[in-house]
Design a protein around this ligand. Sequence first.
Ligand code: EPS
Length: 390
Amino acid sequence: MLRYLTAGESHGPALTTIVEGLPAGLPIEADYINRHLSRRQQGYGRGRRMTIEQDRVRILAGVRGGKTLGSPVCLQIENRDWENWAKTMDPRPGAYTGDHVVTRPRPGHADLAGALKYGHRDVRNVLERASARETAARVAAGSLARRLLEEMGVTILGLVVRIGKVEAAIPDLPPDVLQARAAESRVMCPDAVASLRMVEQIDRIRDEGDSLGGVFEIRAYGVPPGLGSYSQWDRRLDGRLAGALMSIQAIKGVEVGLGFAGAALPGSEVQDEIYHADKRGFYRLTNRAGGIEGGVTNGETIVVRAAMKPIPTLRRPLKSVDLLTRLPAEAAFERSDICAVPAAAVIGEAVVAFELARACLEKFGGDSLEEFLDNYRRYLERINGGPAGD
Ligand code: EPS
C-alpha cells in the first residue's frame, strides 16, 4: 500500500515526509521535486514568508543513484525562517523564552478548537502545526506519486478557475497548452483577462486588510478505466479524492465533474452517453461525470474542483476572546498571505496524484517499476486498445 505521513512545525527546523510503498526503480531527482515545491511558493497574493523560504528537498532515504530502492523514501525541507524562531521553537526543557505567545484565537483557524482539544494555553502550539506550511511536505510526497503516474502516461494539471468574485472561462485546449497558459499567469489561471482582474482584486483586498478565497480545478489526463471500486464505500475513488482534497488547509467544498450544478438538471443532461470505436475503445462525447462512475474511473479525464475559503488571518482583525482572561479581544495578527488559491492548486495536484498513484498500485501491483508497468500494459491490451478519451 502506498502511504505517507508528514511531520514538522511551520517555524521548526524542517518539514519531513516518509513515503512508503513506491516500487523500486522509479527515477527520482531532487530537481524534479524542487520544481513543484517552487510552483507552490508562487502565485500573486502570498505573504512575506515566501520571500524568506526557498523550498528545496533533501532526499534522506529510499533513493540511490537516482532511483527508488523500494524502501521508504524520506524527504526533508528546511525552514529557513527557523533561524529567526530557534529560541521560540527550542525543544529542550526550559529553553523556551515565552515570546511569541498567542492567546487570542483567530476565527477560522484551528486556534480555538485545537487549544481546547489539546489543553494548550499558548495557541502557538496549535498554529505551528495547523499552518499551511505543512503542505510543502505534501507537495514533495505528491511529486513522487506524480513521477510514477508519468511513467504510465498520466498528466496532472491544476488550474485556478475563480478568485473571489472573478470567474475564469477555461478554453477547450489540450493539456500542454492550458499548462503553458497557467504557467504564464500570476495566479495559475489560463484565462489571461480573468488573471488580470484576479490580480487587481487581490490588490484591492490587500488594501482593505482583508483576504480572498477561490476555486481550483485538477484534471488528470490519460487515467485508465477501472481504478477504485464500487464494491465498498472506502474503495470508491471519488470519495477518496474528495477526502484528500478536503484535507488541504482551508478547503471547504469539493466537486467531481458537474458537481453541484448537476443537481439542478434532468438526468438526460447529466449522464454521459457511451460510444465505441475499434481504435479508440469505449468513449464519451461529454464528461460531466468527471471521469468517475460508481466510484470507478471510466477512462475519461478526471475533473475535480475544490473551494478554498479566504485566509482567516486578517490585518483588520475579527472579534475573538482572550483564552486566558476570557474577555473580548481582537484576534491575533500573524504575518499572513492575502490569497493562496494558486498555491492550493499545486497542493491539489499533489494530493490527487497521490490518491491516483495509490489506486494504480492497488490495481496493478508490482514491487519494481518494470513489474508494475508490465502489469499495466497487459491490462490495457485486455481492455480493448488502451485508455479512451486521449
Ligand atoms: C500560514 C501563515 C503564513 C504563511 C504560511 C501559512 O506563515 P508565516 O506565519 O510564517 O508568515 O506564509 O504559509 C507558508 C509558510 C507556506 O509555506 O505555505 C498559516 O498560518 O497557515
